[in-house]
Design a protein around this ligand. Sequence first.
Ligand code: B12
Ligand code: SF4
Length: 537
Amino acid sequence: MNNKPRVLLTANYGPNELGWGEDMYDIVSSRLGRGHGPFQSTSHCHYFGLYLIAENITNPTTVLENPHWDEFDRELDEGYDVVGFQLKSLHTGKIARMMKRIREKKPDTTIIVGGYGVNALRHDVPGDKNGDADYIRENADHLCREEGVRFTRRVLGDEPIDREITQYQLPMAGFSPAGVSANGRGPMILVSLGCPNACDFCNTSAAFDHKKICVAEPEQVVRYAKNYQKRLNAWNFMVTLYDEDFFQNEEYVRELGRLLRKDRETWGIKYFTFGSVRSMSKFDALELRDCGLGGVWIGVESFLCGHGLPEDRYAKRQGNEIKQMFADLQQHGIHVTASMVLGFDFHTRENLKDDIDQFVALKPGAYQISPMLPCPGTALYERLTEEERIYDTYRWDDLHLWSGDQCEYVNFEKGEMKKFHDYAIEQLADVNGPPLLQTMEKVTGFRRRPWQVGRGVALALGTGMEWCGRLSGHRPRFCREMARTILHGGRYDNSKAERELEISFTPLHEMVTRTVAWYAQAGHVKHPLPGLASERI
Ligand code: B12
Ligand code: SF4
């Protein structure tokens, strides 16, 4: 331990909130895979920004993630000189309360506040009757609205400020597929912050004044990814690269691809990242796959902007036709997560339903459906304030996707947007089904919602099968190892090995088709399966 000032980095105190019945801190159950009932997968995440700062300063540092109030209070007694908070707008009240406690206990503590909630402090929300935003603005010693590692080093006098930002010790996210208690680990690397596309509703673009700040060059990304190989003791995995629109810089994408291909040891590394139609239109799916892309989150937002439609709505939607783009990516084994916004000014009851139906037809592997929520600090919030369309009841606690209407939608009644949200989730779950079942759909040829029993019945059946197996001492038909095998096989793309070693792998759906066919031929399947009735066997 050195004698430098002691630093505590913390997020808001817990417990975390539920949003329309799901844990907001679980991105899979609350958003990306919402609505799958007994087939629901779950996940957990970490406050990466805080760990990144901790790794890159030389002061003795403690990180707390959502401590309960008593734990936070007790920790303050350890005597910290500097306390840094990660602020999400939703927790403005909680962070103000934590700051007040610090000022009571040790008034001369240096308080730093960073995170996206800081950008939102540019505006007020009408429901902030407690004056929490004012308190933070007036009592924080430093508000960070730039890249946080260098900012913190500057505050601490931790020279040289511009030395490398390393990413060797970050915690990993965890994912548990439905019914499987094992935890898949999800490593991450921060590539850049901010986005020049400047969509009017976008908080992360506004936070950095629509600039892009690069944190890791391709060579660094490969180095940090190789370190994850050691930590995970695995050659093959998917790493999340945080970048608001990764494909904007074509040279970066190609250089990273070149480096990953160059070294035999990194052939198994795939990445998941964020992209837009406009930036991805500069590549074809095959090239993206060869550059290491394994999964991408694309903001679809609406079909009323984009290919063939005027530029003035959202420029990031210009470029190739989106349905074809999705189909190409998916055919090349690239997993696509898609998001859409409900309640733009151009939405009406009729075209919004049509928008949702077109979104469902994209068959995204995962999805986020967001009722439009104007975030303070953005151009959208400014405009709606001028148009007097922000409701007086709007509080900081409402700054999440499931808070209901906080502003007036041009063509909808109050409360109507949740109905469209629920319609979208229902369609995604019922029409497309969970990812594993989507594969089964291809295999069996059943395309008419074969698993559309009621949620309660499905839940009872699933739970019943599992417990019958346990209680009777018989092996259940579907077990953890089977799920693991299927998930393992489907997650990786073997294109590099195919190309360079000239071997071929059987695609997942073909492998399952053949296996099921074998069972059918051996007389283990009582009823004929439509998908196996043709020459596909
Ligand atoms: C991963 C993620 C999550 C994860 C984990 C979040 C977490 N642990 O904080 C999960 C899925 C759980 C999640 C949940 C939610 N999230 Co979230 N999430 C993100 C996402 C995609 C990436 C954040 C991240 O880890 N980046 C990588 C790290 C390394 O970078 P960073 O956090 O930006 O940190 C850097 C700087 O910002 C700064 N910094 C950050 N903290 C601090 C602190 C100090 C002291 C300093 C000096 C600097 C600093 O320094 C860091 C290094 O440069 C962002 C959007 C985005 N693209 O960034 C949204 C985002 C942060 N989430 C957001 C929201 C609103 C939510 C939810 C409320 C759900 C929702 N969307 O409605 C819930 C809240 C759950 C909860 N209880 O906190 C908003 C916050 C907006 C706001 N005004 O506050 C964002 C910006 C999304 C958006 N586009 O609006 N989220
Ligand atoms: S493209 Fe995405 S990250 Fe960039 S400004 Fe638009 S919504 Fe924000």
